[in-house]
Write a protein that binds this ligand. Structure first.
Ligand SMILES: NC(=O)c1ccc[n+]([C@@H]2O[C@H](COP(=O)([O-])OP(=O)(O)OC[C@H]3O[C@@H](n4cnc5c(N)ncnc54)[C@H](O)[C@@H]3O)[C@@H](O)[C@H]2O)c1
Ligand SMILES: O=C(O)[C@H](O)COP(=O)(O)O
Length: 599
């Protein structure tokens, strides 16, 4: 029988696992109802888990102007607070009552903002491409997902780049200003032609490619530099990919389309301007920070750069008397690349849907600081995601003292080729399971790797290929913890490590191995593991102790090495037994050791 089909997103099956980027303390105040199927041995029932109360809608702060269509999408799901032009202090105050924030390039979402949110902020939506105004490291450390809207403004930015290119070549802005000042300077504003000239596109991504396409239509010879761009994409547009130095040395026009990163910061500087063809002309619709602006002023004054057309600046808005902006040979626009009616409407819808989806717990297709998992892969992996977390929780609870876990090995066994399996999601959930029961840290898909690293927890992964059916993405997952003692000796494998193994059966997580013992218990409720001398009547004895206390047994299985020797009994229980009952189980003469594990 298939697993619950009512899931449309990654909503895990118990309140403790719920949404992948939701913190514990926000569980009570957020949104959503998940319907799941819940299988027992003999019947199936449907339960509705109220993940959080519906009266407490999430609050989304829209900190910069967003298109109406996007606002409508947000309003259907959340309380929307449109507060533009907040000071940094006001933003930090407001953020503590917000579950998500949407910004454009004008708002700095820095570490202080995340710290001020007190853990409530779960999603940052960047209504556009560049995320250089969001502190991604701080977002990740705070388990906050960052999503952007990377496609809707591509054409607008490319069109603006071409507009600046042509305007610069024909002195449109300067000539316009002079005519309005009552002058008629036909000789002064003689321009240069584009046809036959070489354009170097620096950054051959979405915008860069569109600029290249359009420039070719203008009869330009287009070359590009991008260390990561695929050669076949360039070939398809008829553009040659060249080195940085070659691009800037041979171009008459240079158009910038790379992101601002530590590697691209001030990449156009004294040294690189000196390598340019004398009289080169530069267009920048990417980010101001990729140019050393002082160096550009010098290069303009020296005639190395004949003209520049700039939509973006290191500081926005730039200081009124900024030499660069005031320079005669500079055409400037106030970061208008994405500002067309069409692009802003598209961006607003793109980001609103991404933010709402993320708040609902769906994996966002435009996540910037979390793995992007295609929907079809997610559907397949969903039951294994739940299994992964439960195995992590079980394994760590088997450690004596619960701490000191440093080395964990995870083995994924599958009938499919190892490359077919994207384990990032599974690893994140195992990490969550390993860390949360023994700390007050909350772990989600965003911060799992960071949190593991911070705690010195090393997780190695191995994939093994089985002869089984490739229909399912996985046969079993095994979690081994090395160099620790166990409070349940039988969980220690032949190799001296705590070992638990699980499978998904009919969509439900099952524990199938503890140490060297084969068991089979569905991972719902909680579990008692009990090693005993294999003899008749043991199941009855334990069952009746639990029955007297009205603790419902959901599953029971016994794994043994050989008849009448040692056996491990795994008992699934719906309620937590009282200490007294657990003590009585321990006192059954044939019971050698037992442990109660919370899932
Ligand atoms: N002015 C505006 O309003 C506006 C609008 C849209 C985009 N942008 C900016 O334009 C830039 C490009 O946007 P996009 O949507 O094309 O992004 P993109 O990610 O599709 O493309 C960026 C390209 O830059 C390349 N790149 C990375 N490092 C590089 C380096 N050191 N040298 C050369 N290339 C490098 C990448 O490989 C990628 O192909 C971004 O900075 C974005 O913020 C500005
Ligand atoms: O990176 C982007 O998407 C552009 O720079 C647009 O920025 P904006 O949303 O502030 O116009």
């Amino acid at each position: 029988m298939a697993a619950a089909s009512s899931f449309t997103s990654l909503k895990l099956s118990t309140p403790s696992t719920t949404l992948p980027w939701k913190s514990h303390h926000s569980l009570s105040s957020t949104f959503g109802v998940a319907t799941i199927s819940f299988r027992r041995q003999h019947h199936r029932e449907h339960r509705r888990f109220v993940v959080v109360s519906m009266d407490a809608k999430p609050t989304i702060l829209v900190a910069e102007k967003l298109g109406e269509a996007g606002l409508n999408v947000l309003k259907e799901f959340a309380n929307v607070d449109c507060s533009y032009n907040l000071s940094p202090e006001e933003l930090c105050t407001k953020i503590s009552i917000c579950d998500a924030i949407i910004v454009r390039s004008g708002t700095k979402v820095n570490r202080k903002v995340f710290e001020s949110s007190g853990g409530r902020l779960k999603v940052v939506g960047r209504a556009g491409v560049g995320i250089d105004n969001v502190d991604l490291a701080a977002a990740t450390e705070h388990g906050c997902l960052v999503v952007n809207a990377p496609t809707a403004n591509t054409v607008a930015a490319a069109e603006h780049g071409i507009a600046l290119l042509t305007a610069m070549a024909r002195n449109i802005a300067q000539a316009d200003a002079s005519v309005k000042a009552g002058k008629w300077l036909r000789n002064k504003y003689v321009g240069v032609s584009l046809v036959g000239k070489t354009l170097a596109v620096m950054g051959f991504g979405k915008v860069g490619s569109e600029v290249a396409r359009r420039a070719k239509g203008l009869g330009m010879h287009v070359i590009a530099h991008d260390p990561y761009a695929p050669a076949d994409r360039a070939r398809a547009i008829g553009v040659e990919l060249v080195s940085f130095d070659e691009a800037i040395a041979s171009a008459d026009f240079i158009s910038l389309h790379m992101p601002l990163t530590p590697a691209t910061s001030k990449v156009f500087n004294d040294e690189t301007f000196a390598k340019m063809k004398k009289g080169a002309r530069i267009v920048n619709v990417a980010r101001g920070g990729v140019i050393d602006e002082e160096a550009l002023v010098k290069a303009l004054d020296a005639g190395i750069v004949a003209q520049a057309a700039l939509d973006v600046f290191t500081e926005e808005p730039p200081p009124k008397d900024a030499k660069l902006v005031q320079h005669e040979s500079v055409t400037a626009t106030p970061h208008l690349g994405a500002s067309t009616m069409e692009a802003q409407e598209g961006v607003a819808i793109e980001i609103a849907e991404a933010v709402v989806g993320a708040l609902k717990g769906e994996l966002a297709a435009t996540a910037v600081n979390a793995p992007m998992v295609p929907a079809e892969v997610l559907t397949e992996l969903k039951p294994f995601v739940a299994l992964a977390e439960k195995l992590g929780r079980l394994a760590v609870q088997l450690v004596a003292g619960g701490s000191g876990v440093k080395t964990v090995k995870v083995t994924y066994a599958s009938g499919r080729a190892p490359d077919d399996l994207d384990t990032r999601l599974l690893r994140a959930m195992i990490t969550k399971g390993l860390i949360e029961p023994i700390s007050n840290v909350f772990v989600n898909l965003v911060n799992a790797d960071f949190t593991a690293k911070q705690r010195g927890l090393r997780i190695t992964e191995e994939r093994i290929v089985l002869n089984g059916s490739p229909e399912s993405p996985l046969e079993f997952i095994q979690v081994q913890i090395a160099n620790v003692e166990s409070k349940f000796d039988s969980a220690i494998s032949e190799l001296g490590e705590i070992k638990v193994e699980g499978r998904v059966k009919d969509g439900i997580s099952h524990l199938t191995k503890v140490g060297s013992f084969e068991v089979d218990v569905s991972l719902e409720g909680s579990i008692i593991l009990c090693r005993q001398v294999d003899q008749p009547g043991m199941i009855g004895k334990v069952g009746s102790i639990l029955g007297e206390e009205n603790v419902n047994v959901s599953f029971m299985s016994v794994g043994r090495i050989a008849p009448r020797k040692h056996a491990v009994m795994a008992i699934g229980v719906d309620e937590e037994p009282k200490q007294q009952s657990l003590k009585r189980i321990g006192e059954i003469p044939a019971v050698e050791e037992f442990v109660y594990l919370n899932l």
